[in-house]
Design a protein around this ligand. Structure first.
Ligand code: HEC
Length: 130
């Protein structure tokens, strides 16, 4: 009995440590994943997947799955356009620097994509056949 009393506090301490690790681990994993997200450069992001992801603006809904069959004749074709031009236009639409009759439709979804994602999308679009 005496021996068990001696071991009891040690056992509780070990269990406590395991509990603490179990509580902290998911938070550590979440933090490191957020860190990766922030550090991911445009080169690591998949522009193709982003362009076709409804949660990232649903670009094909207006510009077409192939980025060259817009739903309206006054909406732009994007496939094969210069990368730097595409990125600049998207930044300008997002910031409001570019603003005309058609821009409003596009501006709303620009809040769903960050600058690194826009860069990856611009790279992807510029590589498509016009
Ligand atoms: C609701 C419709 C709609 C959605 C969704 C949409 N766009 Fe647009 N986009 C437009 C319209 C309309 C224009 C033209 C704006 C103007 O006339 O100023 C445009 C313009 C652009 C331009 C500039 C093209 C140029 O030649 O100057 C790029 C690049 C672009 N969109 C990319 C995207 C990407 C990438 C997404 C998804 C993240 C997206 N768009 C989602 C409607 C949309």
């Amino acid at each position: 009995m005496g021996g068990m009393d001696l071991h009891a506090p040690l056992f509780l301490n070990c269990e406590d440590i395991v509990m603490r690790i179990r509580q902290v681990l998911p938070a550590l994993v979440a933090v490191s994943m957020v860190g990766l997200g922030f550090n991911a450069s445009a080169a690591e992001l998949d522009g193709d997947a982003l362009f076709h992801n409804p949660a990232k603006g649903g670009c094909p809904a207006c510009h077409g799955k192939d980025a060259k069959s817009p739903i309206m004749p006054n909406y732009p074709k994007l496939a094969g356009q210069n990368e730097a031009y595409l990125l600049q236009q998207m930044k300008d639409i997002k910031s409001g620097a570019r603003n005309n009759g058609q821009t409003a439709a596009m501006k709303g979804v620009m809040q769903m994509v960050n600058e690194d994602e826009l860069a990856a999308i611009a790279k992807y679009l510029s590589g498509l056949q016009p």
